[in-house]
Design a protein around this ligand. Sequence first.
Ligand SMILES: Cc1cc2nc3c(=O)[nH]c(=O)nc-3n(C[C@H](O)[C@H](O)[C@H](O)COP(=O)(O)O)c2cc1C
Length: 218
Amino acid sequence: MVLGNDPLSGVRVDYLGTQLDESSMAPTWWEQLSCWLADAARAELPEPTAMVLATSDIEGRPSSRMVLCKAVDERGVVFCTNYTSSKCHDLLATRYASATFPWVALHRQAHVRGTTERVSPAETAGYWRARPREAQLGAWASSQSTVVPSRRALDNAFEAVRRRYANVDQIPVPPHWGGVLIRPDTVEFWCGRASRMHDRLRYRIDEDCAWQIERLAP
Ligand SMILES: Cc1cc2nc3c(=O)[nH]c(=O)nc-3n(C[C@H](O)[C@H](O)[C@H](O)COP(=O)(O)O)c2cc1C
């Protein structure tokens, strides 16, 4: 690899997104994030709620993967997953996570960092009921992040679950599945500008538990 000679080095886009200034930001990070999520949906981006969730294990080894954001409010950002997955093992060990919304086509990203906790069973159940039946069956059939012998074994597990619940109208919430809340201490909004002089505005909670907005160098 020769950095500079690789064709990838020439892939460059000048960002001309809308600018961000302190006076036009919503008073709270959650209103600002909701507004940008709505913009991403309106722009018909594929998976506008997808975010890259980063965790690390007890030794500090990081992992990242996409998850879908299912709710935003003043407490934080929620995604749903399998509580026995690798990501949840990391979260049990360290509690910390970050999530990045990569709205590249809008020349925007939002970055949430904080501690995590499970949402209440009642909140999980509320979302579970809104999930399509097939997705509910999948959550029962898959022991997420474990090694499986083959695709066929997975399909058989799905079929077994389908049979088990064939006569059940309301499939129960699996005990190993539910919502995780990221309760942020910082939320950064990034907007691409010309000459790599991007705008970065960060909401940060201070010692008095008040949210401050501060500008970061690009
Ligand atoms: C667009 C997209 C959305 C995804 N949404 C979720 C999700 O909401 N929850 C989830 O557990 N996995 C989701 N996944 C799968 C994860 O990226 C990941 O493969 C899985 O959660 C296992 O991760 P882990 O082994 O690190 O725990 C999604 C993947 C993609 C590409």
